[in-house]
Design a protein around this ligand. Structure first.
Ligand SMILES: [Zn+2]
Length: 78
């Protein structure tokens, strides 16, 4: 008897992707790396937020959350 459970499991893993997006914040001049989790078949959108000054980079395709990492910290210009 053919059992394709393993194949299905592998396919599910293949549908998850990590995308990296580097942004330069226009408000505080910080360089931010966003690590975005994409899951094909899902289509959720979230606002990417600058972790330094909370500038809103706008909505992006983010299916399963994202992490942000500060590559170079700037300071907000008042
Ligand atoms: Zn910022």
């Amino acid at each position: 008897m053919y059992d394709d459970d393993d194949d299905e499991w592998n396919n599910e893993l293949d549908e998850r992707e990590i995308e990296y997006d580097n942004e330069l914040c226009p408000d505080c001049k910080s360089e931010i790396e966003f690590k975005i989790q994409i899951h094909r078949g899902f289509s959720d959108w979230e606002h990417l937020i600058c972790p330094v000054c909370e500038h809103d980079f706008g909505e992006r395709r983010v299916d399963e959350g994202y992490e942000s990492r500060i590559i170079k910290r700037g300071t907000k210009q008042e």
